[in-house]
Design a protein around this ligand. Structure first.
Ligand code: C2E
Ligand code: MG
Ligand code: MG
Ligand code: MG
Length: 288
């Protein structure tokens, strides 16, 4: 029987596991609450810039969760839990509603929304998105959905149909975190993506590992041959930026340019400070 009796214990539940399990349970319960009354949730926006280092044509929507006690949990931790518990469905709908409501204020930028494989596996995803498009009067061409490679491995008919339907509606589709999964180049041909986002683990290796640099070069040249836009994520240094620009990446995302920020800060980022005689921002919805 499992018994946690102190240090060096090789039993089923060590103290650390107990702590991890309790944290997980707290996140599950907290998240369940948060999606019911989402005042704890917010969406941040991170600009993607062009080769000049400042022109913004795209911004990625990234969900943020701050609990009542003021602590926050990152999406890297709670999204997988939301996926396992099914909470990703209401959470994903909330994110889409929030982004659709805000996207019309920035007609000059495309907003990228992350879609979980769990969302993509449901055929009702399309009817939900169709309804939201009408409700918020959003032009699909202004929205890009980011999907990860993992999705493609499953070879699921529903996933393929959903991606086709989204494309037919006029949404753009980007392949996120490219290079981390087992998928590969054949998928780039099979699915007509608009963009490929090179994972930050490769970008981090620029200037450090010639292997990473070669992988980045290879992804870019193949992507280019297939007519895709190439995006580098996690660009933190000038050196990485120069390398990526040198091999003709199209868009750059990372702390070197901007961190993810609340929507009002993003508005200022686009238009300049509020007190500088620029046009006033539109009224934010009451619930923000
Ligand atoms: P992702 O889609 O690959 O998003 C990029 C992540 O890299 C974000 O982390 C962003 O804050 C971070 N990042 C951007 N620039 C830099 C940089 O220069 N250096 C470093 N170290 N990191 C950088 P974040 O916001 O913590 O999100 C983590 C992941 O959670 C996302 O990875 C995405 O997979 C998932 N996620 C976030 N929001 C949503 C959402 O609304 N729905 C779904 N399904 N997943 C989401
Ligand atoms: Mg993403
Ligand atoms: Mg990414
Ligand atoms: Mg990533």
């Amino acid at each position: 029987r499992a018994k946690a009796d102190g240090r060096g214990c090789h039993c089923l539940f060590s103290d650390e596991m107990g702590v991890a399990l309790r944290r997980r349970r707290r996140i599950e319960l907290g998240l369940d609450q948060a999606v019911r009354s989402p005042d704890q949730l917010t969406v941040f926006y991170q600009p993607l810039v062009g080769p000049d280092g400042h022109t913004i044509r795209t911004a990625e929507a990234l969900v943020r969760w701050t609990l009542r006690d003021g602590t926050s949990v990152g999406p890297g931790e709670f999204i997988p839990i939301a996926e396992e518990t099914g909470l990703i469905w209401p959470l994903g709908e909330w994110v889409m509603r929030r982004v659709f409501a805000q996207a019309n204020r920035w007609p000059q930028v495309v907003i990228a929304i992350n879609l979980s494989p769990v969302q993509l596996r449901r055929s009702s995803l399309i009817s939900l998105i169709e309804a939201l498009v009408l409700e918020y009067d959003v032009q699909p061409a202004r929205i890009e959905f980011e999907v990860t490679e993992g999705v493609l491995l499953e070879n699921h008919a529903v996933i393929q149909d959903n991606l086709d339907a989204l494309r037919a509606m006029g949404f753009r589709i980007a392949l996120d975190d490219f290079g981390t999964g087992y998928s590969s180049l054949s998928y780039l041909r099979k699915f007509a993506f608009h963009k490929v986002k090179i994972d930050q683990s490769f970008v981090r290796g620029i200037g450090v590992s010639s292997e990473s640099e070669e992988i980045v070069r290879a992804i870019v040249s193949i992507g280019r041959a297939l007519g895709l836009r190439l995006v580098a994520e996690g660009v933190e240094t000038r050196e990485q930026f120069e390398f990526l620009r040198g091999i003709q990446c199209d868009e750059f995302q990372g702390y070197l340019f901007a961190h993810p920020m609340p929507h009002h800060a993003f508005w200022e980022h686009l238009h300049g400070p509020l007190d500088s005689g620029r046009p006033a921002p539109p009224l934010w919805p009451q619930d923000e």
